[in-house]
Design a protein around this ligand. Sequence first.
Ligand SMILES: C[S@@+](CC[C@H](N)C(=O)[O-])C[C@H]1O[C@@H](n2cnc3c(N)ncnc32)[C@H](O)[C@@H]1O
Length: 308
Amino acid sequence: MDIVRHTLKKYEIIEKYLGACKILFESERKPNFLYIDGYSGPGKVHFEDSDWGINKLIAGSPLIAIEKLNPEKSKKISCVFIENDSKNFSDLESYIGTIKNVKCLQGDANLKIFEVLDKISPFTVVTILLDITKYNELKWNTVENIAHHKKPYGTDIIIHLPFYTMNAYNNWENDPEGITNFFGCDDWKQLYEKKRNGVLEIREFEEEIVNLYKKRLGEVAGYSVVKSVPIRHVQSLKQTQRTIYYLIYGSNNEKAAKNIMDYVMDDKTLHRYLNKYIKTLEEWGKLEKEKIKNKLTLFDFSNKIIKS
Ligand SMILES: C[S@@+](CC[C@H](N)C(=O)[O-])C[C@H]1O[C@@H](n2cnc3c(N)ncnc32)[C@H](O)[C@@H]1O
């Protein structure tokens, strides 16, 4: 699986969030913590960027979670990774191997998540990452059923709202049913109409679309805290461009959500981080180019780059 620059921002959010969860839930008095990555991908992803001279396999969301949560050494923290594509699943299994408190499941996340939720002990806080590529991979019913699943502590979710793949091929017009299944209603049609008539600019339309989903998470799914952060195309250090997707967070634990997500989803902090990270990568790219071509080098900044 290939990733591009803006994916680094997603990884930063996941890392920060799970880092905070690790600290929060490791304490004896706190409930157990289960992290489900519903759309795991292959575990490691290929990051190639010729401008920066980078061509590496780096940790994807499952390996980031294992590094941050360290479930193997924990009595209270566990992870489940779900992936439906056979090739991605076999890569995932081979990268992860056998780790205590970690399970990989092959299948449709819209079903598998509930097999997991039905089995876990009540004294468990759950966070589910729903990092889809296309809107038709996640049904609104799944989100609503996760939110209403009977767990004393509720279940937090982080959802990828794939604005870019909705816009691509003009799916608003070509696949209205698919888009309605994603939102669980067809209120998006009025917004699209306004965009078509020029009443809404593309950025305004995008914001309205995200607000519609957030409103549904609040009013229909019943989340008391709903936050979002845009993931935009990164062209250069100073410029970010069109929106690719949003990450949206829903929780009923207002205190934890405040402590964790205000910090994790602060776009300004993330942007500063991203700039710093990109600079490191650029420097690294320059160094790599100067080195003797066939001599393998291993560069490790905070374990971000993993040996292939
Ligand atoms: C955006 S990628 C995940 C990337 C990964 N989270 C990361 O950051 O490294 C989405 C993944 O979901 C998988 N997928 C698509 N539909 C699915 C479904 N219904 N159930 C489970 N996995 C699915 C795809 O095969 C793909 O590997």
